[in-house]
Design a protein around this ligand. Structure first.
Ligand code: BT5
Length: 260
């Protein structure tokens, strides 16, 4: 679409920011392996540095999975955060990031616990939080499908983009700025008061709740009903053998791409 600039311009993002430190410094790449890896290579940069690439050649998901990052259609970005956050609280940053993406994207986007953003029954965004240098810094990687017109056959049933959902093309710089503007105050609230300060909003956005779920727990596949989000961000599941709290891993939700 003509009015949509073809590359991401850091200055276009900066003029839309109302943050104090988040994305105040931007490292832009035409092409790189993975913005999470770029961030790991430059941990000396200020906290809040945002790494963006128009294309990723080795975009990654969790557990060594691949993240499709085709050129110029999506947002592939990683935020470097330097803070003294205990390792058990780091997954909660993913949950906060998910809230900020939902707020910024609108259009009915919801969270599939813990780290997928979906519109309808398909995934529009994934988040990969990594720590490095012990826990001295955290890398929050976010991939958002924006103007993609379609996906490879193996992703077709699972993935969507803002364009596919709305029929409109979006300026990626505006979405990046919107996510950053939403993230900073949530992150501050979380740093000061913990995850409980944002848990209600997370629950409201979380489509996993009140659904049947399937997951691997202690080596065995179990099914149950997702009934709540725990104070630590875990998913509380009612199973035949009682209530369990899952803090990480794969949870399939009935009706959403991988569990029908
Ligand atoms: C995620 O992993 O969802 C985390 C994705 C994080 C990507 C960002 S992009 C910027 C930064 N740099 C990186 O290298 N990564 C981060 P996971 O929950 O493991 O989901 C991965 C699965 O999602 C794959 O196995 C595919 O099934 C599916 N998938 C891959 N590419 C996709 C895409 N573009 N849109 C939707 N689904 C996709």
């Amino acid at each position: 679409m003509d009015s949509i600039t073809s590359i991401i311009e850091p200055n276009n993002i900066k003029r839309l920011l109302n943050t104090e430190f988040v994305a105040r410094h931007i490292e832009y790449f035409d092409k790189t392996d993975s913005t999470n890896e770029e961030a790991k290579r430059r941990p000396h940069l200020p906290s809040g540095t945002l790494f963006i690439s128009d294309t990723q050649t080795a975009g990654k998901g969790r557990l060594g999975r691949k993240w499709e990052s085709p050129g110029k259609d999506g947002i592939w970005m990683s935020l470097l955060l330097k803070a003294d956050i205990p390792p058990d609280k780091i997954p909660q940053i993913t949950l906060i990031a998910a809230i900020s993406v939902c707020r910024a994207l609108g259009n009915g986007s919801k969270i599939k616990w813990p780290n997928d953003i979906v519109i309808g029954t398909r995934k529009v965004c994934g988040i990969l939080t990594e720590m490095s240098g012990g826990t001295s810094y955290i890398i929050l990687g976010t991939g958002i499908n924006v103007n993609n017109a379609g996906f490879a056959p193996e992703l077709k049933e699972k993935a969507t983009s803002l364009f596919i959902e709305t029929g409109k093309k979006f300026e990626r710089s505006e979405i990046i700025a919107a996510v950053m503007n939403e993230f900073e105050p949530l992150y501050k609230k979380f740093s000061e008061n913990g995850f409980s300060a944002v848990i209600d909003e997370y629950k409201n956005l979380c489509i996993t709740l009140d659904k049947d779920v399937r997951l691997i727990y202690r080596g065995a596949e179990i099914v149950g009903g997702a009934i709540d989000i725990a104070e630590n961000g875990g998913l509380i599941v009612q199973t035949q053998n009682g209530i369990i709290t899952v803090t990480s891993g794969e949870v399939s939700v009935r009706g959403i791409y991988d569990y029908v």
